[in-house]
Design a protein. Structure first.
Length: 217
């Protein structure tokens, strides 16, 4: 029986849940999964039974809950230091933490206007001038990481890391809304969408009952 339980929201919509879930996959430890349906009358109360913040994801550990996707990643990196959740090189690791923190705290316009929806397509929808600013900055981050670490593999820092877990929901958004990208960013998006854990998540999302109401997550 798994010592850890990851509580998540709907796989089609919950971008923060996806980040925590990918962190678990990177760690490679047995973790039970529990889903709370979002956008229901009892959603808030159901999540509060697991998470003091009333939000998902939350990782339930033997020592208590961890209720933030970035904190979950850090916890798992400490728990599984040989799994390479962060780059091994000190400077690369610092840069990875920078780009993850920027994703964690920024890009509000993109998240609001282009909410994650794994299973449907809305070409061009939500593309305001402020969203384009967010897109441009994200692409700048990706190009910089790929230029510095492309020789080590196709992910942001060569091999898959928490940086890719942080930006995977953005990759899915760019596909959903048919965002125009340069060749470097297009190649990166194709790499992430072909990543086995993300393919698993997308396949599971496609089996969920459709929720009509769309909002940022």
């Amino acid at each position: 029986m798994a010592e850890h339980v990851l509580v998540i929201g709907n796989k089609n919509y919950s971008s923060w849940s996806l980040r925590g879930w990918l962190a678990v996959r990177l760690a490679g430890i047995p973790v039970a999964e529990q889903m709370v349906m979002l956008r229901q009358e009892d959603t808030k109360q159901a999540i509060l039974e697991h998470s003091p913040s009333g939000k998902v994801p939350v990782l339930k550990t033997p020592d208590g809950p961890i209720w933030d996707s970035l904190a979950i990643g850090e916890y798992l990196a400490d728990l599984c230091p040989d799994q390479g959740l962060w780059p091994r090189d000190r400077l690369a690791r610092a840069r990875a933490r920078c780009v993850v923190a920027e994703m964690h705290s920024g890009f509000a316009d993109l998240r609001t206007k282009m909410p994650m929806d794994m299973c449907r397509r809305f070409p061009g929808e939500g593309l305001t001038s402020q969203v384009q600013i967010d897109i441009d900055r994200i692409c700048e981050i990706w190009r910089g990481c790929r230029a510095a670490h492309g020789q080590d593999g196709p992910f942001l820092f060569g091999r898959p890391s928490l940086a890719d877990a942080a930006y995977a929901p953005v990759v899915s958004r760019f596909l959903t809304y048919d965002v125009a990208l340069d060749d470097v960013c297009t190649d990166y998006c194709q790499t992430v969408m072909a990543w086995a854990p993300l393919r698993e998540w997308v396949a599971a999302a496609a089996l969920e009952p459709e929720v009509k109401v769309r909002s940022a997550n």
